[in-house]
Design a protein. Structure first.
Length: 215
């Protein structure tokens, strides 16, 4: 005689155990994404032209500019980490798992807005790259696809959100790189280097539900 369904469900539920913090580790995937994405973007930028003349001296003598670069790099790392964490089911709500990324992004944008009133260095056309806005967008696409590929084996319930954050993290890398390779001017940075990241966010948000596994 078959057992009552209610008894079977109860026994299965009683056998469940909490998942430890080691399950679904994302550190290896995060490391792979950061190394490959940064290497790709910097490699292409250096292959297509030099960094802005004197940028090393600017970084040494303008801590504000160095903070802008570090803040942008933090957005890339925190974004990739947040997206991967969204792929690991856990009791914490999605808002808590992306909080560090949101804070990093807000801080980065705040620094760039402050630079409109107090530039980190003397604005100049020196080192200007033609079509740097298109380059920023296009250079972000391979890292975005890599991030989605690394996220695909996981269990992302908020697929559009995970995809959008992957896009933000991917876009931050060439945006930061352009701050070193292209001309320095706060308004130019916001319009030509940071604004294209919004396009990558949209691409990630659209591709997320299409490429990530439906749970």
């Amino acid at each position: 005689m078959s057992r009552p369904r209610a008894d079977l469900v109860r026994e299965l539920a009683e056998g469940l155990r909490p998942v430890g913090p080691g399950a679904g580790r994302v550190a290896p995937r995060l490391t792979v994404w950061v190394l490959l994405s940064a290497s790709f973007v910097l490699g292409v930028i250096l292959a297509t032209g030099p960094l802005r003349p004197g940028v090393g001296v600017q970084l040494l003598h303008a801590p504000q500019l160095a903070f802008e670069i570090l803040a942008g790099a933090a957005v890339a790392g925190a974004g990739a980490l947040a997206a991967l964490r969204l792929g690991v089911p856990q009791p914490a709500p999605a808002a808590r798992r992306v909080r560090l990324f949101a804070l990093a992004a807000g801080f980065w944008v705040a620094l760039l807005l402050i630079a409109l009133l107090h530039p980190a260095a003397e604005p100049s056309m020196l080192g200007k790259r033609e079509h740097c806005n298109y380059q920023t967008f296009l250079l972000a696409l391979p890292p975005a696809l890599l991030g989605l590929w690394l996220l695909r084996p996981l269990a992302a319930f908020q697929r559009w959100l995970a995809g959008a954050i992957v896009g933000a993290a991917a876009g931050a890398i060439p945006a930061v790189a352009m701050q070193l390779a292209c001309m320095y001017a706060p308004d130019h940075a916001l319009i030509a280097h940071v604004a294209p990241v919004l396009g990558v966010i949209v691409v990630g948000g659209v591709l997320g539900p299409l490429l990530l596994r439906r749970i």
